[in-house]
Design a binder for this molecule. Structure first.
Ligand SMILES: *Cc1c(COP(=O)(O)O)cnc(C)c1O
Length: 360
């Protein structure tokens, strides 16, 4: 069977050459006589894999020396709890609510202390990013939390909030490595890799060194204390070895493709093709305020649930899969991560044009 164009929000499309390389190495990784799935995480051969992955990640994202890079488990959802556990010294933090994932992080933080809603776009179904230039941030807040790219609703911060000197914590799960970012503006940047980086099973966290301490909330499990993981170089216990190995290959692919500036250009081209079509179509409409549109996730609707369902089915039959919108929003969503070729988006738009003519 032919490979499809996969518009899934995650787990999502990976670069084909990475998959081919992994297939070639499946039974015998670099003369070790073993698959990476089979080898000890304490072996020299795996140690080289994780160290090289970290070095390439640092190079691609331009991570400053005073930040640690941790490979963790539990998904972004577990990290929602790790943030307050490790950072809530005053037991108070500010959250900006721009969708499902920031709401979940907010609810999780409330288990550990006082989580304050600083701003929200819930009034218009999270279709925009609120003004974050003068938020009610108080001196006793330990950090300000955002979800930078809203996977479900399709918005992205084009400008970071004014945190009034407080540490910024950002969930970048669905825009990780999609464009360059200035890590120095953040205290903590983290994301589940299964959206734009690799297979499911790993969270990469980039944390400023001074925020990694023994001073965590009482009852914090050993494994969820960042210091444990930082001291052990992400090898306190068995890490998601195979996922880290594939992520390492993706970092090399990104370097070969010209790094994150080239990726940004590539992603902007795809998004322009898609949004220009939505803006000209009489049948398909985007659901997000234009200036806040994500390059990665583009939700859209026809305004007619039966027509949406017909479109999703016919698109899948034509080889454009996983276009169904999130269950909480309905409609459709095209996720156009790094590994989605421009050709995939062009062909999807051609398919949509044809569908529109046939169903007008
Ligand atoms: C998918 C997603 C999550 C949840 O990720 P898990 O790894 O499944 O816990 C959190 N935040 C964002 C922005 C996401 O896209």
């Amino acid at each position: 069977m032919e490979r499809v164009y996969n518009f899934s929000a995650g787990p999502a499309v990976l670069p084909e050459e990475v998959l081919k390389e992994a297939a070639d190495e499946m039974l015998n990784y670099k003369g070790s006589g073993q698959s990476v799935m089979e080898m000890s995480h304490r072996s020299k051969v795996f140690d080289d894999i994780i160290k090289e992955a970290e070095a390439d990640f640092r190079e691609v994202l331009k991570v400053p020396d005073n930040y640690k890079v941790l490979f963790l488990q539990g998904g972004a959802s577990q990290f929602f709890a790790e943030v307050p556990m490790n950072l809530m010294k005053n037991k108070k933090a500010g959250y900006i609510l721009t969708g499902q994932w920031s709401k979940k992080a907010f609810a999780e933080a409330k288990i550990y202390g006082e989580a304050v809603e600083l701003a929200s776009s819930a009034d218009k179904t999270f279709s925009y990013i609120p003004d974050c230039s003068d938020l009610p941030i108080t001196d006793d807040m330990d950090y300000v939390y955002i979800c930078e790219n809203n996977t479900i609703y399709g918005t992205k911060y084009k400008e970071l909030p004014n945190t009034k000197g407080k540490i910024l914590v950002s969930d970048v799960s669905s825009c990780f490595l999609s464009e360059p970012m200035d890590v120095t503006k953040y205290g903590v940047v983290y994301g589940g890799v299964q959206k734009n980086v690799g297979p499911a099973g790993c969270v990469i966290a980039v944390i400023r060194e001074d925020l990694i301490t023994d001073d965590v909330l009482p009852g914090t499990p050993t494994l969820l204390k960042w210091k444990t993981q930082a001291d052990a170089l992400s090898l306190y216990n068995t890490p998601p070895c195979y996922t880290i190995y594939i992520c390492g290959k993706v970092f090399k692919w990104l370097k070969k493709m010209g790094g994150l500036s080239a990726m940004k250009e590539h992603n902007e081209k795809k998004a322009k093709i898609f949004y220009d079509f939505l803006d000209s179509s009489k049948m398909f409409k985007g659901t997000v305020v234009a200036k806040d549109r994500s390059l990665m996730n583009a939700p859209f609707v026809t305004g007619n649930a039966d027509l949406d369902a017909k479109f999703i089915k016919e698109a899948a039959d034509a080889g454009f899969v996983n276009l169904k919108g999130h269950k909480t929003v309905g409609g459709m969503r095209a996720s156009m991560y790094n590994a989605m070729p421009i050709e995939g988006v062009k062909k999807l738009v051609e398919f949509m044009e044809k569908f529109e003519k046939e169903n007008a």
